[in-house]
Design a binder for this molecule. Sequence first.
Ligand SMILES: NC(=O)c1ccc[n+]([C@@H]2O[C@H](COP(=O)([O-])OP(=O)(O)OC[C@H]3O[C@@H](n4cnc5c(N)ncnc54)[C@H](OP(=O)(O)O)[C@@H]3O)[C@@H](O)[C@H]2O)c1
Length: 263
Amino acid sequence: MKANDNYTLITGASTGLGKEMAIECARRGHNLLLVALPESGLQELCHEIHLTYGRSAISYECDLANEYALEKMACWMNNNFSIDWLINNAGIGGTKRFEDASADYLDRIIHLNKRATTMITYLLLPELKRHHEALIINISSLAAFGPLPYKTVYPASKAFIYSFSRGLGRELRGTGVRVVVVTPGPFISNPDVASRIMKQGLLARLGVMSAREITIRSLTCAERGQKVIIPGLWNKVNWLLMRWVPEELRLSLMSGVVKKELL
Ligand SMILES: NC(=O)c1ccc[n+]([C@@H]2O[C@H](COP(=O)([O-])OP(=O)(O)OC[C@H]3O[C@@H](n4cnc5c(N)ncnc54)[C@H](OP(=O)(O)O)[C@@H]3O)[C@@H](O)[C@H]2O)c1
């Protein structure tokens, strides 16, 4: 039998933006279902959240890049919980020359960022639709708005999430399920991301926000009904520039900036 209370499912909740989303959702009164890779400290986080905010927080550890593990997770969630919010946050990226990347590296980005986001949404949609009001928040990136050398697959995967979210949002209009897409600029979430951002130089660092700031703005704007959220003024300026600067010029400029991450 399902639990009576409603739950918010957040993927990639052990660190970075997902962890901040979990903490802020609990502060706003949500019960939580948190997913991350095994041995990520998720159980301790759930315990801490329960003690601090008095909300129910349940951990589920699995590799979402593995299609069987994902299906098992979704089935367990659907059978046991009433879920009215889904935050598809888990995502990975990196900076490498395409030819130097291993097939496994590329495959994991594609599987986690594109396939997992699509299939979790697909498998949970009937449950979300049972509710009078439900929300899907998909975490894309500012990188969704233009190709990037040395990151190639990552911005392409985030463009997929953006397009998927916008299309699905319109398709679900009138069902009570809203779809929101968040496109954050850079933020420091772990040592690897920190080192990459620092190497990009001063201009790139200008737009860096904290995961907490992005979380607060995203959840507040999502609750107000915004469908596309670009957190931060500098990132909005960047988004406008991306639309106006011709693609070849943008590629050439960004190639110089991103290449610094390889050093
Ligand atoms: N950081 C940035 O500058 C930036 C900018 C724009 C958009 N984003 C997007 O924002 C989201 C969060 O980024 P972040 O930097 O906060 O990430 P992060 O710190 O690297 O955390 C990623 C989360 O996803 C989980 N995860 C990774 N691979 C997984 C898998 N195969 N199965 C299940 N869980 C998995 C991780 O679990 P473990 O702890 O167990 O590894 C962790 O909880 C991502 O979608 C990212 O693309 C990030």
